[in-house]
Design a protein around this ligand. Structure first.
Ligand SMILES: [Ca+2]
Length: 344
């Protein structure tokens, strides 16, 4: 599960993850640092009552610092040379147990899942595949006290800009009525079925069952609607696949297909894809999609394990999955799990 929680801190905030620069290591005591954050939170309208309730008795968590040190360099995002094979990653992540869990979840939530799909325009299989990858369909949501984790990481200073923001936002969640006792999640501050960070929760979590709270820990309706809302907000295109398998013969015309644009977010993930062409242009080069896709769709070629292994034409929707967690391994396994669920 560590692999999941490691990735979780980048959840939904891939841009911020990369932009956050190491701040000075802590020069203040933990308590004195909390007073600084409290002043900033008050200036943003957080009530003193909430600050007192959340900060009183809070201490740094050394286990969180150890896990953070171990996490410098997570798979698929910061490797400088060489990549583990996609096939072995998929074998480890899209296991029969995860696939069966997805089938059961879709079966259990059938009409609710389809209602959310209709409302947000995001396939239920994609939403459930995210749920499966983040928390094994809610089985493993983390048991760390969130304010304590976030305060520890912010105080530590390696990524203070990121975590101080999240710490203030977790206070705002309490002001909004989220019970203090519910603030439990991964060591890196992500929580609930879809492992949202506080800033993401404030912006995108929604109340799917109409009880007035976005309870992404316990409510299936809130969980599905919140993940779907994340995808809609990130630009999911209804009716477009995330990718299609592609037949790439040895004779395919590969001239000039390399990607010459450096992505402003997680460039090492994007630099493994080709430039973007229409499906019609790929066909003209001899590269054939193996599933239905409109000829005018823009797509990038990705051959994660090289030319002799499966190739894919990725669409804009693949990039939406990357927004949830900027790793080709993550996005491919989510997409392929969703495809598998759609076949069942
Ligand atoms: Ca609710």
């Amino acid at each position: 599960m560590i692999a999941h929680t490691i990735r979780s801190f980048c959840l939904a905030i891939s841009a911020i993850c990369l932009l956050a620069t190491p701040a000075a290591a802590q020069t203040q005591s933990f308590d004195s640092y909390l007073q600084t954050v409290a002043a900033k939170a008050r200036a943003e309208g957080v009530s003193q009552r909430t600050i007192d309730r959340v900060f009183s008795g809070l201490t740094p968590n050394n286990r969180v610092l150890e896990l953070d040190r171990d996490n410098v360099g997570s798979p698929g995002t910061t490797r400088s040379a060489g990549f583990p094979s996609m096939a072995s990653y998929l074998d480890r992540h899209n296991t029969p147990s995860r696939i069966n869990g997805g089938v059961r979840t879709l079966g259990r939530l059938g009409s609710l899942a389809r209602r959310v799909e209709g409302q947000y325009g995001v396939p239920a299989e994609i939403v459930v595949a995210i749920w499966g990858h983040e928390t094994a369909y809610g089985a493993v949501m983390g048991s760390f006290d969130l304010p304590r984790s976030l305060a520890t990481l912010a105080w530590d200073g390696r990524r203070r800009t990121l975590f101080e923001r999240e710490l203030i936002d977790v206070l705002k969640m309490v002001d909004r009525g989220v019970p203090r006792s519910r603030l439990v999640g991964s060591w890196a501050g992500a929580f609930g079925n879809g492992q949202f960070l506080p800033s993401v929760y404030l912006r995108l979590a929604v109340d799917g069952d109409g009880d007035g709270q976005a309870d992404i820990w316990n409510s299936d309706a809130d969980t599905l609607a919140s993940i779907a809302n994340y995808f809609r907000d990130a630009g999911w295109r209804t009716g477009e696949p995330w990718a299609v398998r592609a037949y790439v013969p040895n004779s395919a015309d590969r001239s000039g297909i390399e990607n010459r644009v450096t992505s402003p977010v997680c460039p090492r993930v994007h630099e493994r894809h080709s430039r973007w062409l229409t499906v019609r242009e790929w066909r003209a080069r001899g590269i054939e999609p193996r599933a239905p896709i409109d000829d005018n769709t823009m797509a990038a070629l990705f051959e994660p394990d090289g030319p002799s292994a499966p190739g894919y034409l990725l669409t804009q929707n693949y990039r939406v999955i990357l927004e949830y967690n900027c790793s080709n391994y993550y996005a491919m396994s989510v997409g392929l799990l969703a495809d598998e669920l759609a076949r069942r």
